[in-house]
Design a protein around this ligand. Structure first.
Ligand code: 5GP
Length: 262
């Protein structure tokens, strides 16, 4: 599939057109951002790991009936995906309270939730991805009841599957963010899982030590993000000891002032 012109560049990925209008190429960059872009760094090798980990998770999810945008991984950094219109909502599922939930509601960090908690945030960096309700989505036509009913079911199934998958390799799935899109094909539109699922978009804690194996290592200056992502990939069996991913240097980000703490 020939790579065409760039059609979108986000914080961690670039999307290129192909000769097929229904398919695009998703390129994983090494850029890491946090706190709505106020903290930035390039972390060599992150894109390669996220490409592999996301491919692994999305492939497994499609095998349990969660339709998603992945067609196939093309190379170390790129995937061929279905071109979707992204629903402008970040769908968050939490199993353990931490991050913005604890700050917003004063819940004690690490509280295990009785049931998975779903939250919806408007995907808008300028506004700091604010928390919204279903009624906001319906009122402003960001989505509709039919889509959200399907997405809510998907979220629970994705969570159940991923909790089990990670538990099997000694990792707690604390929370994660996913995105969905509308895929138009042959006059039909269906909602499918899009974007990526990786340590950039999940909180993953080692089962025994609670060591953070996710992007919080970057957000909170814990260091060795690549070592943690490699650990996740290795445990999932997708990165072998003799990997051709080069040793990675972690570039410490410059000090920044935070306006909003998300
Ligand atoms: P929180 O709302 O606590 O900051 O994040 C909850 C979960 O969603 C975490 O796993 C976090 O990584 C993910 N998440 C929320 N917003 C974003 C975002 O804008 N980008 C990424 N990569 N992950 C996000």
């Amino acid at each position: 599939m020939k790579k065409g012109k760039k059609i979108y560049e986000g914080k961690a990925k670039i999307v290129f057109a192909t000769e097929n209008k229904n398919l695009v190429i998703q390129h994983f960059k090494d850029d890491a951002t946090a706190f709505n872009n106020q903290k930035r760094a390039k972390i060599e090798g992150k894109g390669v790991l996220n490409n592999r980990i996301s491919e692994y998770i999305l492939t497994n999810l499609s095998q349990i009936g969660i339709k998603n945008h992945l067609v196939k991984r093309i190379n170390m950094r790129e995937q061929l995906i279905k071109f979707v219109e992204i629903i402008p909502v970040e769908f968050i599922v939490r199993n353990i309270a931490t991050g913005s939930l604890t700050k917003r509601l004063g819940i004690e960090d690490g509280t295990v939730l009785d049931e998975p908690l779903i939250e919806y945030c408007l995907k808008d960096d300028k506004l700091g991805d604010p928390l919204i309700s279903k009624e906001h989505m319906f009122a402003f036509k960001w989505s509709n009841k039919k889509e959200i009913e399907k997405i809510d079911k998907y979220l629970h199934r994705i969570n159940d599957f991923m909790v089990g998958m990670f538990r099997g390799v000694g990792i707690k799935l604390v929370d994660f963010k996913v995105e969905f899109g509308r895929y138009k094909n042959n006059g039909k539109t269906e909602v499918i899982l899009a974007d990526e699922i990786s340590p950039d978009t999940c909180r993953l804690w080692d089962m025994n030590t609670e060591k953070k194996l996710d992007k919080d290592r970057f957000r909170n200056d814990l260091g060795n993000l690549i070592g943690a992502y490699q650990d996740v990939a290795r445990r999932l069996g997708i990165l072998h000891e003799q990997s051709n991913i080069r040793p990675i240097k972690f570039t410490k980000p410059k000090a920044v002032k935070f306006k909003k703490n998300k």
